[in-house]
Design a protein around this ligand. Structure first.
Ligand code: SF4
Length: 214
């Protein structure tokens, strides 16, 4: 009989291999093409993903949602936006009439959309030259939470600034600064960012206070 542990590892392997298939393909050497996904998340994470990657831990099939939609017939084709000599490349999950639609999984009852999803949606509206966009969050109970957005120039300018920063840092081979956020908890580079090797000898509290052990 198949044990619980075997079953879990089969599901995990399936999620990992489908996840790899659905990943947006990034040519790590092409620093003149920056992907929208890279600049709406922590730049340090995107930098590590290009120069010294570590596989991300996927939590379940829900995480594969937007990748699957992009691959299906509903998905729009990727499109590029020129920023001087750099190309910003984005892809919406779905386009219906003149609206961009993104699908994202969530485990909580969100009252407002997540900042990086807003940045992604807004940038897609500029890249595809559309004025309306919708983010649909799918909860673990298969409920939908929907937010709509009208495009905003200032928000897109922030994305453009981040595209330039990432491209420059990749060129100069400089690691971006930490961008601490809730995303750090699930980030595969957490240990690189926040846990450093201890070179110091462990000192007890009584030694620090100069108290004798006797
Ligand atoms: S742990 Fe946080 S700061 Fe470090 S790369 Fe990941 S998201 Fe960025």
């Amino acid at each position: 009989m198949m044990g619980d542990r075997d079953f879990r590892s089969i599901v995990k392997n399936a999620v990992d291999s489908i996840g790899r298939e659905l990943e947006i393909e990034i040519d790590v050497k092409d620093i003149k093409t920056i992907h929208l996904k890279e600049v709406v998340q922590c730049l340090r994470r995107s930098y590590y993903d290009r120069v010294d990657p570590k596989e991300v831990e996927r939590r379940g099939f829900n995480d594969l949602l937007s990748g699957m939609l992009r691959k299906l017939q509903y998905g729009s084709n990727p499109k590029e936006f020129a920023i001087d000599d750099i190309k910003l490349r984005g892809q919406a999950d779905m386009m219906v009439d003149d609206s961009i639609i993104l699908f994202r999984p969530t485990n909580t009852n969100l009252e407002t959309p997540l900042a990086n999803d807003l940045l992604y949606l807004n940038a897609c509206m500029w890249i595809y030259d559309k004025t309306d966009g919708i983010i649909i969050y799918i909860t673990g109970n298969k409920e939908e939470i929907m937010f709509s957005l009208t495009r905003d120039k200032k928000m897109f300018e922030e994305v453009i600034r981040r595209v330039r920063v990432l491209s420059d840092l990749l060129k100069e081979q400089k690691t971006p600064i930490l961008e601490p956020s809730n995303d750090c908890t699930d980030c595969q580079y957490y240990q690189r960012c926040f846990i450093t090797k201890k070179n110091t000898k462990q000192v007890s509290l009584s030694e620090m206070l100069g108290l004798s052990k006797d």
